[in-house]
Design a protein around this ligand. Structure first.
Ligand SMILES: Nc1ncnc2c1ncn2[C@@H]1O[C@H](COP(=O)(O)OP(=O)(O)OP(=O)(O)O)[C@@H](O)[C@H]1O
Length: 271
């Protein structure tokens, strides 16, 4: 599947990269991640792959401080956005979540709210006040960047819930983009979509590359290869928590993996 070329990257220094150092995680006494260190390059798409239950979603939720919303959750290690610890004392989780947005497995627009209000709701939730004109501009530019503008420009006041599943997912991407995040986390964003909608979301990801940093969890090996430049393979066993087995350039990890467990997984021999 041919995807459009990435837009030219902004000047170096304008984009934020993300890095974790020795991140471990628990739910109660159950340790689910073990010392995960990973660099997610600014402006690139990093795919997290691995069998069910190896901790990919937990890791993603740690990156924007959603993990701590679960009562029993604990963690150790560091998450650095532009070199600064997002868990530093005094740093507000809501500020972190504005800079590091998230798109979920199932599209979750506000169904009875209009398309334009859905996009603008991200601003409201983040406490960002804008005038009417700027709001309209942000709604349009966010929908353009999410690849949805042409399909909805004549029905901005109709409910978000009336869109197709794929369009709803792109609406959720637009909602995230409206607050100008540095990083967009995507947790299996196409798993509830048909192949055509999946392709459209993948095109959107390709168009966003170079404009912000993207981290995507996917079970779809073809998708990981189509959309990402870097890849991390997670694995947990019956009695050991999830950890990274191998990380690197996507083409290399799929074409010439170093670890035999990576080779088995990317070639569909388990998981
Ligand atoms: N809220 C929770 N409370 C307790 N345990 C949890 C919770 N969320 C996840 N876990 C456990 O943490 C481990 C990792 O789960 P996680 O969802 O991060 O894995 P995953 O690799 O994303 O799986 P999948 O690919 O199936 O989504 C699993 O053992 C899971 O049961």
């Amino acid at each position: 599947m041919e995807l459009p070329a990435a837009t030219p990257a902004p000047a170096p220094g304008e984009l934020s990269g993300l890095e974790t150092r020795g991140v471990s995680a628990w739910f109660g006494t159950h340790k689910v991640l073990e010392r995960v260190s990973l660099t997610m390059q600014a402006g690139q798409v990093t795919a997290l792959i691995g069998p069910s239950g190896c901790g990919k979603s937990t890791y993603l939720r740690i990156l924007n401080r959603m993990h701590e919303m679960t009562g029993t959750a604990a963690l150790a290690g560091q998450v650095l956005l532009d070199g600064e610890d997002v868990y530093a004392p005094g740093r507000r989780p809501s500020d972190v979540r504005r800079r590091i947005g998230m798109v979920f497995q199932r599209p979750n627009p506000f169904p009875s709210m209009s398309i334009q209000d859905n996009v603008a709701s991200g601003l409201k939730l983040a406490g960002i006040k804008v005038g009417r004109e700027e709001r309209a501009h942000l709604v349009e530019s966010s929908l353009v960047r999410a690849g949805l503008w042409n399909e909805v420009r004549n029905r901005l006041r109709t409910p978000g819930g009336a869109l197709s599943g794929g369009q709803q997912q792109r609406l959720c991407i637009a909602r995230s983009l409206a607050v100008s995040p540095d990083v967009l986390l995507m947790d299996e964003p196409c798993s509830a979509l048909d192949p055509t909608s999946t392709r459209r979301v993948e095109e959107t990801i390709a168009e966003l590359r170079g404009r912000l940093t993207i981290v995507i969890v996917t079970h779809n090996m073809q998708q990981a290869q189509r959309v990402s430049q870097s890849c991390a393979f997670f694995l947990a066993t019956h009695d050991t928590p999830g950890r990274i087995v191998e990380t690197g350039d996507t083409a290399q990890l799929f074409g010439d993996p170093v670890d035999p467990r990576t080779a088995d997984y990317v070639n569909g021999r388990f998981g």
